[in-house]
Design a protein around this ligand. Sequence first.
Ligand SMILES: [Zn+2]
Length: 173
Amino acid sequence: MARSSKGSGIYTPPSLAVSNISRDPLSPEARSALMKRVRIRDTNPEQIVRRILHGLRLRFTVTGPSNRNLPSRPDIVLPRWRTVMLVHGCFWHRHHGCRLTTTPSNRAEFWQAKFAANVARDAAQHQKLRALGWRVITVWECETRDPVSLARKLDRMFSPHPRTKLCRKSKCT
Ligand SMILES: [Zn+2]
């Protein structure tokens, strides 16, 4: 007698077939195509991050309710991952130990005060977001200069079984 046409006999309930937040991993070809597009077309750090997220099939919003309602109205929100991504310029947001984090010699006091205010504002924003249960990922401008590494890092952070443990302190990277 021929095999039953009802398939392999393994039944997967529709509700369990696809996890809510699962996504297809990128093939090596798709990933390298993504890298090419990122390199050629974008110079703005935030555009680079957005394009990487697109390529990794991570849905984000830029004008959604979360963007409008969260503290300091973040530009990139991934509601399904309850994650806010902040793209920071190294100079203005004082990326610690970064060569882009220079300090003008002119009017040193003015700059120090300005930088201190920026850093304090960032820390307060992170704290508020975390208190609301959001994961905060800071992407630094200098990281966007190497989109391949950045894409790998973000891919790991959003993989179903992340290998990268996220720092929950205010000085995370
Ligand atoms: Zn930097």
